[in-house]
Design a binder for this molecule. Structure first.
Ligand SMILES: [Fe+2]
Length: 246
């Protein structure tokens, strides 16, 4: 798997760097609602940068994590409308929608009694603990599916307890999960083991979607750097990600 890591010094045009993705389905671009962009100006700057790199549609996904980011449709409405208005004012014509990234814990059970925010009317982006697999995960995934939604697990490669127990990934898929890899996992941004897990999931074609999970300027710079990594770009451009359908 050396080809993922070998750097190429050619500077690729940034304009089509993310064109393979078409729709970015995971980012934190609503100002002031989570650990993503702090203000409207940063939000607009990041949206413009994504557009310049070839993204044609954005479904941004603020955290809904009741202990830290107790967001809801209501808390997100004003910042979302502010971004939409500013995009229109600046004639930036890119479809911009929002869903959410739900943290699965006991408090999520209460959220399921109301309609969930989806990427496409059906798919719900979810994340789980980075420390350990929640024992109730099977039940929560079953409940989400029983309500007619499809759970899309954010960045499965970042749950390090799965790395030495790779069959957990098979189990999650058997429980009805789709998988969304983070673009920067494939560059080593989050560490070597996460990169290796992401590469293996790609090789096994277990990944269904890709997202930037863009929070801040450091992420943006790391994404721009992918322009220099010709081999990774080839892998990304040839993988059948489902993003364009969303
Ligand atoms: Fe995220």
């Amino acid at each position: 798997m050396l080809f993922f890591r070998k750097k190429n010094t050619d500077t690729a045009p940034a304009a089509d760097l993310l064109a393979f993705m078409h729709t970015d389905i995971h980012s934190h671009l609503l100002p002031g609602v989570d650990d993503g962009v702090p203000d409207l100006a940063t939000s607009l700057h990041f949206i413009e940068q994504l557009r310049e790199m070839g993204i044609q549609k954005i479904i941004t996904t603020p955290h809904i994590m009741m202990d830290r980011y107790p967001n809801s449709v209501n808390t997100m409405a004003a910042p979302y409308l502010a971004v939409k208005a500013a995009l229109a004012q600046q004639n930036m014509s890119i479809p911009f929608h929002h869903a959410a990234e739900y943290y699965l814990d006991e408090q999520f059970e209460a959220l399921m009694t109301s309609p969930l925010l989806t990427l496409d009317g059906q798919m719900v982006l979810v994340e789980i603990s980075f420390m350990s697999a929640p024992p109730q995960l099977h039940q929560w995934l079953f409940d989400i599916s029983a309500l007619g939604y499809t759970p899309l697990l954010a960045h499965p490669e970042r749950y390090s307890y799965c790395h030495k127990n790779f069959e957990l990934y098979q189990q999650f898929k058997q429980w009805g999960c789709k998988f969304q890899v983070n673009l920067l996992s494939l560059t080593g941004y989050y560490g070597k083991h996460i990169q290796l897990a992401a590469e293996k999931l790609i090789e096994l074609e277990m990944i269904d979607f890709i997202g930037t999970d863009l929070h801040h300027e450091k992420h943006l710079r790391a994404i721009t750097d992918i322009g220099k990594n010709k081999k990774l770009r080839q892998v990304l451009e040839n993988y059948p990600f489902g993003n364009a359908a969303l």
